[in-house]
Design a protein around this ligand. Sequence first.
Ligand SMILES: *Cc1c(COP(=O)(O)O)cnc(C)c1O
Length: 488
Amino acid sequence: MSEPEPSLDPDGWTDLRALGHRMLDDMFDHIAGLRAGPVWQPMPAEARAALQGELPRAGEDLAAVYEEFRALVLPYATGNPHPGFMGWVHGGGTAVGMLAELLAGGLNANLGGRDHAPILVERQVIAWTASLLGLPASSTGLLLTGSSMANLVGVLLARTAALGPEVRRHGLGGARLAGYASTAAHGCIPRAFEIAGLGRDALRLVPTDAAGRIDCAALAEQIARDRAGGMLPFLVIGTAGSVDIGATDDLARLAALAQAQRLWFHVDGAFGALAACAPALRPLLDGIEAADSVALDFHKWAQVPYDAGCILVREPAAALATFAQSLAYLQPSARGLAGGAPWPCDIGPDLSRGFRALKVWMTLRAYGTERIGAVIAHCCAVARALAARVDAEPALERLAPVPLNIVCFRHRAPDGWDVDRFNAEIVADVQESGRAAPSTTILGGQLAIRAAIVNHRTRVADADALVDSVLETGALRLAGTPLARDRM
Ligand SMILES: *Cc1c(COP(=O)(O)O)cnc(C)c1O
């Protein structure tokens, strides 16, 4: 008798099936019961220590491992699915997205290439996205981890368009490229310039107006100065939904300027581009349909579970010129499983790729853009209600307009107090209370409490609870020791 050959499948499926069903039921209960629990809670030292064990040599009973997940991981996640989460710009996720993740995991498809249905699902998602934003049906694109990667891809596409595909062989060769975005651009944009080897100084940050939109006259002047100085302007990046206050650049004007100057026009629409689902908000995005490339995230306002970023590219040839290298690309008529060119690995940086597209496809199918658009419009309504409440509270002060779904404000402090420090402490207090989770940002050198309403579960009452918590913790701190500037 020979040894059984090893496999990771169970001997019988009964126990695993029962445990799997329990996991699914537990997660439905978890999602259904989110509101009753804290938004976030700090992780106790024992739980942290328990996640620093030795490499497991022998396997354990999956039921015991699952209990550890329930005890150590589930209660101490970020909290973004909770309606009280308003920090940063995080989506809430849905049960539909969770189920799609389960199906995609079961299928275990590799979407780097080859001829199979999952790739057609991704192409369908890309075509829908192009249609939503008004780009041509011939556009191409990919799902990526997030807008950080999608913006990096946008920079690389623009670089190849400016210097030609030979840049892939020779590198920049001393070309002094200059790209443009506003000072409100997301931090991943300068980072993309660093990663692309252009250097952060090649990104010229143009001032914004009072509404947080790029100053187009200043942009034109900067381009002229750079040309006169021997630089090669190659890229204009517009922001649709800035991460600090939710501002959207005048994309139509940027598109016209980019065209006149023969520059690549990329839009960072990480969350704002999805506002196209809401008819009342669509006009904010006018001009996005003229973009050469757009970065956006389905994991933010479309509520798809992490991660689900997207790059949309108007000219497929530009993506191929930047990334193509597979044999399929060289033999587009290949038969069998090796057919289906061009493959995703020919239009983006990854070879092995998961089936992110399924959760986006299922989300869009199950809810439709109308229902997602209604959620997006409601987030903006909650933000307006929050702004009105802030304006009505004498102890609070609003620090920015609210063009979309983000409200920046702060608690006033008595003379002699470090108002930035005071507000940073309030934000940490509120987060630790578990009632709400705002974050902070810096606006004009001042620390602001920032509430980004992105979650489909967030109600006006949750925004009120945030204000109540800020006022209560603020009052407690005002009654205690003053936070002097030197007490850092
Ligand atoms: C979130 C965000 C990004 C970064 O996207 P990730 O998905 O986190 O990589 C870029 N730009 C803006 C405006 C964002 O809101």
